[in-house]
Write a protein that binds this ligand. Sequence first.
Ligand code: SOE
Length: 393
Amino acid sequence: MTDQRTLRVAMIGHAFMGNAHSQAWRTAPYFFSLPLRPELALLVGRDAGRAAEAATRLGWTESSTDWREAIARDDIDLVDICTPGDTHAEIAIAALEAGKHVLCEKPLANTVAEAAEMTAAAEKARANGVLTMVGFTYRRVPAIGLARQLVAEGKIGDIRHVRAQYLQDWISDPEAPLSWRLDKEKAGSGALGDIGAHIVDLTQFITGDRIVELTGRLETFVKERPYPAGDTSGSLGGGGTSVERGPVTVDDAASFLATFSSGAMGVFEATRFANGRKNAIRIEINGSLGSIAFDFEDMNVLEFFDATQPAAVGGFRRIIVTEAEHPYVAAWWPPGHGLGYEHGFTHQVVDLVTAIAEGTDPSPTFADGLQVQRVLDAVETSSETRTWQEIPQ
Ligand code: SOE
């Protein structure tokens, strides 16, 4: 690192996630007092014209069509990977070997083998103070942070049930185009890795526990779709289609039963076919002393049931998670002036930059990402073999 006051970032990819990350890198220093100032130095995309346009629009100083430029440059401190999963391992390992910190979008990789290689490279680089983080952004929603706090403080007691759903509907129309997210080569898996990975991470984050075994099922309802017409990299299911069709090679929906190391029972569901549900991340946890419930479609609220209260005044309480005492909220607006999807990305930048300045591991690291990958892999194997699978710890 040549300049400790700034953190010079190169971002690879500028579609949906690139937009979200760019706004986070830009806004974090305006709302939070950061120990290092992020500099949006280099944006990399496949097409020179589009990368240059995106760099101007999103606030990056320069653009390039070669991610290796980011790795080769001495004046880049951190590589932010916002590309499809099939490129994560190659870019991340090269960046780590060149001594760059790495923020990598989720899921960490397309396979356990790739995630393991990335984690080995991360552990090697860690000896030289190089840090890694996986973009499980929803951990940084204030209501999720509060849920974790309540569990850690023992307000829920011993956890019995973990119920988690991630429901979307953007491909429930069988004529929705065959985007890269429906191609196993590019995306690794479908609903399982794209959105199921989030609820695996979130439930483990909130409970502070790990899934140790599971049995799962994957389903592909629509086996063939029209190819997209034109570029659909930045959209979910939108854009035109061509007359030619191709095979869907990933799951449309995934569900699994799981056991946590505490013995808590988990029920998980991830689907892109829940008509009417746009981005519903629903988590409910029942413990011996109470329950908590969250739904991302009402993301500034955490429901809390305290079983120690007399029945006459019991019932779920809707906590509006917009108080300065709540995680991350003090930096933003007065009570009741809620936050949105993008704020999780800003909080991710704050936590990452702080960890880099302090030389501590940000959370989740590549090792955490590898563990999530093992859970995803176990769901696939279980679905193929119709068996329970243990997760190597
Ligand atoms: C598409 O399903 C997607 O953009 C995911 O890739 C993101 O991780 C999720 O946050 C929203 O939906």
